[in-house]
Design a protein around this ligand. Structure first.
Ligand SMILES: N[C@@H](CCC(=O)N[C@@H](CS)C(=O)NCC(=O)O)C(=O)O
Length: 216
């Protein structure tokens, strides 16, 4: 069985690809776009009428929503050790954090990147964007406090939540008024540690090289 993943650079599908790399399972990418002025493949629109990526396919099945795909893949591949087992205390924090990432942190990004989905008129879009930026600061601060002195998001053990966190940090863009990652030192510490993993170096090669050019 080979997973297939609707994939676009810069999107949440990159986090799912890192997971597939970490699991070490075969997969194929189906290139698509997140540019809303371009058409997406008809099959993608049928599988996810929202038009978003990621969409994961396997055994003639498909699912979307990045956090759900993350949990699904971790559960299907327990040998990869990317999620606490269901009977452990950490499982609660694992689920809580992924859902918070998805419905609060990602939502704040959406307000800034896609204000037309939240504002009633074009004139009110800048207000939605600014609220998104404040919401980014609020939600990342909550995650930063939650992490505290932990080595990884869940404590001593690396998990899929660390990959998800890294993916979300790559969307922080101070030129859009987003907070700078350095405002969240615990988040930054984990993002830096995730970035050196071979899976991330492979999937995010272009982004990592762009970052080092910007910082040079
Ligand atoms: N809740 C969805 C959101 C996915 C999402 O927003 N994907 C973006 C890229 S990161 C996308 O496909 N954007 C194109 C569009 O909104 O049309 C998830 O977590 O999977």
């Amino acid at each position: 069985m080979v997973y297939k993943l609707y994939y676009a650079l810069g999107s949440a599908s990159m986090g799912v690809r890192v997971l597939l790399e970490e699991i070490g399972t075969p997969y194929e990418l189906i290139q698509t776009t997140i540019n809303r002025t371009e058409d997406r493949p008809r099959e993608q629109m049928m599988l996810n009428p929202n038009g978003w990526v990621p969409v994961l396919l396997w055994d003639n099945r498909a699912m979307y929503e990045c956090a759900a795909i993350t949990i699904f893949l971790c559960d299907r591949h327990p040998e990869a050790g990317l999620a606490p087992e269901v009977t452990t205390h950490e499982r609660g924090l694992f689920l809580q954090t992924l859902v918070y990432f998805s419905n609060s942190v990602q939502n704040a990004f959406q307000l800034n990147y896609y204000p037309d989905r939240f504002a009633d008129t074009p004139a009110s879009e800048p207000s939605a964007q600014q609220r998104g930026n404040r919401r980014l600061r609020e939600t990342w601060s909550i995650i930063d406090d939650q992490i505290g002195d932990n080595i990884w998001v869940l404590g001593d053990r690396f998990s899929a939540t660390d990959i998800y966190l890294f993916m979300l940090t790559t969307w922080l863009d101070p030129s859009r008024g987003h907070p700078h990652i350095s405002e969240f030192p615990n988040v930054k510490r984990i993002a830096d540690a995730v970035m050196i993993r071979p899976s991330v170096q492979h999937v995010y090669a272009q982004w990592i090289s762009d970052q080092s050019e910007t910082q040079a």
